[in-house]
Design a protein around this ligand. Structure first.
Ligand SMILES: [Zn+2]
Length: 508
């Protein structure tokens, strides 16, 4: 009887847990038996591993092999277990204690190919975080994951291209190349710039306010009026992600299996097609589910163009992540959570005829009123800003209007002002959009003239109570942008305009 032991990690959403793999070679007919709640990919591993070992000119046990994955209660899924399973069998076969000494404090990650090569796998970053948390000093990763692994300091990362080199290293007969940190990645691809857009002053101002206060926004305008141009330039107005935000967001993209092009340091911009399914929006799939668009947009912007074409049940599924900042997917044996704190941006034609200007609309009042009915009340309540784009403004600017860098500086200053205010009152809030409306009304009203204006609108039944709350939040954001102490009449008038309240569209 011979025993081998290795360590790897199991993914649940963007969380990883340490998994120990033990291989026992004992009497019995040749074959591998795997115990410990593995999925199909793990069952299939037995054929992959056996072929890979043979093609690597390594010795395969001639009797029965039992592989035990523990903790047994933890569901395990994915092909990244291959390397650790193969190495457990090979070390058991070798049967010398010095073989295992290098493996004692090492995490092994990688899918083994039939030729013995080690292939890249999703979810490297969460696995590395788990390794660091549990005090593993060394992690062996496939060469295809080396760049991603290198962004996390504090762990020795070794890159193994083949099963054979990995085993020679474990046996103390060879070394594996150490992956050194790629350092600060300073070159980011050029971002689209607000300077490209001529005209559209209202929509550009709305984007600036949305970026400062973290407000969800809806852009209404005829086709070709620059809605998606403005939307695509919102991330360029947002500050770079903090280090922890960057790790969180990069982890989500890592679990999604996206090719690694450096850590996600800027607010991501995720724009699924209007035919997007509920599963693609929220995440899903067999095994360890993949994150959906709402999670890929974590700490960034989710842009839904042609929102009127998206079925109501799909749009409604956004409500929970908008409220809680997480998505919970229930699988047969467990609950998987993905972070999903994003800024929502919707765009739509103002009505079915998509007239260039409001007065040219040929729709009946009823058609206009029902056009955006797929947007349920609760979802609409979350849209602080509704702004109209005009077809005449959709010209690419060549003379250069104000650029994103200048606007982003104002945004950063406004956000800082809000952050200071809310932290002074012991509120951890970063954005005006998420401040409790009761608190705002009671302790942070606008000045008397501004509140009187708001009261007059409420009296006319033009604005609902929720509308009042939204207007007050927006007024605070405009006030922060202007470095003022309390929202005044002018701030409030502009806030009401941004709400799309001025009769832009009947339905919204
Ligand atoms: Zn119309």
């Amino acid at each position: 009887m011979a025993l081998g032991k290795t360590t790897t990690a199991a993914l649940t959403g963007v969380r990883a847990d340490i998994v120990t793999i033990e291989a026992n070679i004992g009497p019995g007919l040749p074959g591998i038996h795997i115990v410990g709640l593995g999925d199909t990919a793990i069952s299939e591993a037995r054929d992959r591993i056996r072929t890979a070992v043979a093609n690597s000119h390594l010795e395969w046990p001639k009797t029965k092999v039992v592989l035990s994955l523990s903790p047994a209660s933890l569901p395990k899924s994915g092909s990244h277990f291959d390397l650790a399973m193969a190495m457990a069998i090979l070390t058991a076969r070798e049967g010398r204690p010095e073989v295992t000494s290098r493996l004692n404090s090492t995490l092994l990650l990688g899918e083994v190919g039939l030729d013995g090569g080690i292939h890249a796998v999703p979810g490297i970053l969460p696995a590395l975080l788990a390794a660091r948390e549990h005090g593993y000093r060394c992690v062996v990763v496939p060469p295809g994951n080396a760049a991603e692994a290198a962004i996390l300091p504090g762990t020795d990362i070794l890159s193994a291209g083949t099963l054979r080199t990995a085993f020679e290293w474990a046996a103390g007969r060879g070394e594996l190349p150490r992956v050194t940190s790629v350092g600060e990645i300073t070159e980011t691809p050029p971002q689209p710039d607000m300077a490209d857009i001529a005209g559209q002053p209202e929509a550009k101002f709305a984007a600036e306010v949305a970026a400062t206060g973290g407000h969800h926004m809806m852009l209404l305008g005829p086709p070709g009026s620059g809605k998606s141009m403005i939307a695509g330039r919102l991330p360029g107005l947002l500050p770079p992600l903090t280090e922890s935000e960057c790790i969180e967001t990069t982890s989500v993209h890592s679990v999604a299996g996206h090719a690694f092009h450096g850590p996600v340091c800027r607010a991501p911009f995720i724009a699924p097609h209007h035919s997007v399914s509920r599963a693609a929006l929220l995440g899903g799939g067999a095994g360890n589910p993949r994150p959906g668009a709402v999670s890929l947009a974590h700490h960034g912007v989710l842009f839904l163009d042609e929102a009127s074409e998206i079925p109501a049940p799909v749009l409604d599924s956004l409500r929970t992540p908008l409220e809680d900042g997480v998505v919970q997917l229930v699988r047969s044996r467990r609950e998987v959570r993905f972070p999903a704190r994003f800024q929502l941006l919707l765009a739509a034609n103002p009505c079915r005829c998509a007239a260039e200007e409001v007065h040219r609309c040929r729709c009946t009042p009823r058609q206009r009123a029902t056009y955006l009915n797929n947007l349920s009340g609760p979802l609409r309540d979350r849209l602080d800003i509704t702004v109209r784009t005009h077809s005449r403004g959709a010209v690419i600017s060549t003379t250069g209007s104000e650029g994103s860098v200048t606007i982003a500086e104002r945004v950063a200053a406004g956000r800082e002002r809000a952050r200071e205010r809310w932290s002074r009152y012991g509120l951890g809030h970063l954005h005006n959009a998420v401040v409790d409306p009761h608190l705002l009304r009671r302790y942070f009203p606008a000045d008397d003239a501004a509140m009187a204006l708001l009261g007059a609108h409420l009296g006319d039944a033009e604005v609902s109570q929720r509308g009042v709350d939204r207007a007050l939040k927006l007024a605070w954001t405009i006030c922060d942008l202007e470095d003022a102490d309390q929202p005044d009449l002018d701030h409030m008038a502009r806030a009401l305009e941004l709400q799309g309240h001025a009769g832009l569209v009947g339905a919204v």
